[in-house]
Design a protein around this ligand. Structure first.
Ligand code: HEM
Length: 318
């Protein structure tokens, strides 16, 4: 991997933002003081709680924060759906139904803890993030976006959900180079964002929030050209990344950037100076060719789940 080189001022990075996903958040002031018993919550305190394999891994501090946030759901809904007649109607977020009147459900807890972890268990901040997320989904007209038909000749090869990681995480590919018409893809930034969000939602549909609640993402930059980096591409990347940071917390397990041409490696290092360290720890930049890529990916994805072009044994996707 080459040393980072300063960015040319004419080629700004696409983004300064991404999903902050602390793996082991420190208990915060409003999540309660840490004690020696602040470990996986299997004590009496959880006796009356719904559980699944993921909630069983919650710490006591996380359970307390989840309960606190859960109790605020009616207020969060009132805030997010201020413009709606029925502000307390149950909603489905990432396939999980949240009913503010009856929120004691293990999968709801798994969703809520994501907002808390993304905000270091600060309940007031997590509450804001959740309310903002619910409101954004209305403003973005997500239901309509999910029904939108995107032209197959433009978007058909851009995203693939293919195979599973060793820990059951679905693997989601974005092919941002290749022989695709990048001007058609990124020429209309808003349309790209609608496509990217719809694809993110489809990727989330493969999570059950019972055993699996995160995905592996792979960006394949084979064939990208510096000359092809248009303002539209940079804006699309910046805005998509900001959306994920703000409204899709804790859904990423790891992210690999493969087939990155050496002359473009500096883009990764720019992100390094802009993205929170905890998130950056989940990012890996990988060079070109199946051997190099396989060496990096095979510890996380079985050969049978990984296409040949990335050093695995699975058939290449179309
Ligand atoms: C013409 C070339 C490129 C295009 C079209 C492009 C496109 C994108 C897009 C659309 C995103 C938004 C996040 C997503 O879709 O998951 C993104 C994020 C990102 N890109 Fe690129 N990119 C290019 C080049 C590069 C290169 C060469 C690198 C170096 C490794 C890079 C590193 C990143 C990073 C670190 C992120 C943030 C990831 C995140 O927020 O989850 N990009 N890019």
């Amino acid at each position: 991997m080459s040393e980072p080189t300063p960015a040319p001022t004419s080629a700004a990075p696409e983004v300064a933002a991404t999903v902050p996903v602390p793996e082991t958040p420190a208990p915060s002031a409003d999540a309660g003081a840490a004690t020696t018993s602040e470990k996986q919550g299997d004590g009496e305190r959880q006796e009356d709680e719904p559980q699944n394999p993921l909630t069983r891994k919650f710490t006591d501090a996380e359970w307390r924060a989840v309960k606190e946030l859960r109790a605020q759901l009616p207020e969060i809904f009132a805030e997010a759906y201020a413009a709606k007649e029925d502000k307390q109607a149950p909603v489905t977020l990432w396939g999980v139904q949240i009913d503010p009147a009856n929120p004691r459900d293990a999968r709801v807890s798994v969703v809520l803890v994501k907002f808390l972890r993304a905000r270091e268990l600060k309940v007031s901040e997590a509450r804001k993030m959740l309310a903002d997320t619910l409101k954004w989904r209305e403003d973005f007209k997500l239901a309509e976006v999910m029904d939108e038909k995107f032209p197959e000749d433009v978007f058909g090869q851009l995203g693939k959900i293919y195979g599973k990681g060793k820990d059951g995480h679905p693997v989601v590919y974005n092919l941002y180079g290749g022989s695709q018409d990048v001007n058609a893809i990124f020429g209309d930034v808003d349309r790209f964002l609608r496509w990217r969000v719809a694809f993110m939602e489809k990727s989330i549909e493969t999570l059950d929030f019972e055993n699996v609640d995160q995905m592996v993402q792979i960006h394949d930059y084979e064939g990208v050209s510096m000359l092809s980096r248009t303002p539209g591409q940079k804006a699309a990347a910046s805005q998509a990344s900001a959306l994920f940071q703000n409204y899709y917390p804790e859904l990423l397990s790891r992210k690999f950037f493969v087939n990155v041409p050496t002359f473009m490696a500096w883009i990764f290092w720019l992100f390094k100076s802009l993205v929170p360290a905890k998130t950056m720890e989940k990012f890996s930049m990988v060079g070109t060719g199946p051997k190099t890529i396989g060496a990096e990916l095979l510890p996380y994805i079985d050969a049978k789940e990984l296409p040949k072009r990335y050093g695995g044994e699975a058939p290449d996707f179309e």
